[in-house]
Design a protein around this ligand. Structure first.
Ligand code: FE2
Length: 297
């Protein structure tokens, strides 16, 4: 059994009106017409809800939605989660409708990161058009992108994703400590059952928002450059300048979005045939660029 793709991400946010503008005018996502004052459902493609932002008291990750291929795969992962000792709560029909999925269950990983497993997409639409003129988001069978989650208990959490959830290892990256006497940084990249280099990565440090970053991948460098222009014109801070990663070859920048949620915006991510793939171990993050930009006080 293996996980198919990253299907959706749900965040809670303290300022939905800022998200509405940021999501549509800056990131170029399309707002589904079912959105209201409590919930924004952003589209990247024919799926009615890829990024769901709900009004809340905190700016935080609420759930990562992992897609499984069909009902049998879904029932198998629910059983496997229960057998592993994870708490699993079955979602109801209203919750499934809110996510535009056939059925889902709620759980958490070994670091406490909330996630959901689901199968089936409902309410597909074929009228995607980016309000900011983004040509195409790279989705399809590869899902909405990738997400990086905090996991200070790295070994235990990594083992959970590979042995229970059905992820495969892509790369194990170690970088120098961010400060003297701090531990080295370790990021473990894992792939789902699709060609995207990684759908999930774990980072061995805690993060207040519960999410290190998520990526929106587009099909051209011009869409990356145009988005960078929009970000800078609107006055949003960068978390990292433009650069190209070594392991997934992504050319991207990172913006600090509403509520401190970091979003990577990139193109040219590596797509891999996993048959005969040997997971890599690396110590270099970037070919060029990706200079960290310290937050402005
Ligand atoms: Fe990334």
């Amino acid at each position: 059994m293996s996980v198919s793709s990253l299907g959706y991400i749900t965040l809670t946010a303290t300022d939905l009106s800022e998200w509405r503008t940021f999501g549509t005018e800056i990131m170029g996502l399309m707002l589904d017409d079912s959105s209201n004052d409590e919930t924004l459902r952003f589209r990247m493609d024919d799926h009615p809800a890829r990024l769901i932002v709900q009004a809340g008291d905190e700016d935080k990750l609420a759930a990562v939605g992992w897609e499984y291929a069909d009902e049998a795969a879904y029932l198998a992962i629910v059983d496997a989660l229960k057998a592993s000792g994870a708490e699993v709560q079955a979602g109801d029909a209203a919750g499934a409708a809110a996510r535009s999925v056939t059925a889902y269950s709620v759980s958490a990983d070994r670091a406490g990161n909330p996630f959901e497993v689901y199968y089936g997409r409902t309410g597909l639409k074929d009228d995607f058009a980016s309000p900011a003129g983004v040509g195409q988001f790279v989705t399809g069978e590869m899902g909405m992108g990738h997400v990086v989650l905090p996991a200070p208990n790295m070994d235990e959490t990594h083992d959970f994703y590979t042995s229970v959830m059905g992820f495969g290892d892509s790369d194990n990256l170690t970088l120098p400590p961010p400060a003297e006497s701090a531990p080295e940084m370790n990021i473990r990249f894992m792939h789902a059952c699709n060609p995207r280099h990684h759908s999930l990565a774990l980072f061995n440090y805690p993060v207040p928002t519960g999410i290190v970053h998520l990526i929106l991948e587009v099909a051209s460098i011009d869409d990356v450059g145009a988005c960078l222009d929009r970000v800078q014109k609107a006055g949003y801070s960068l978390m990292s300048t433009l650069g190209r990663h070594c392991n997934d070859n992504m050319v991207s920048f990172y913006v600090v979005g509403p509520g401190g949620i970091a979003i990577e915006f990139g193109y040219d991510g590596l797509q891999i045939d996993w048959q005969n793939y040997q997971p890599t171990v690396s110590t270099k993050g970037d070919h060029w660029g990706h200079e960290y930009v310290p937050p402005v006080a």
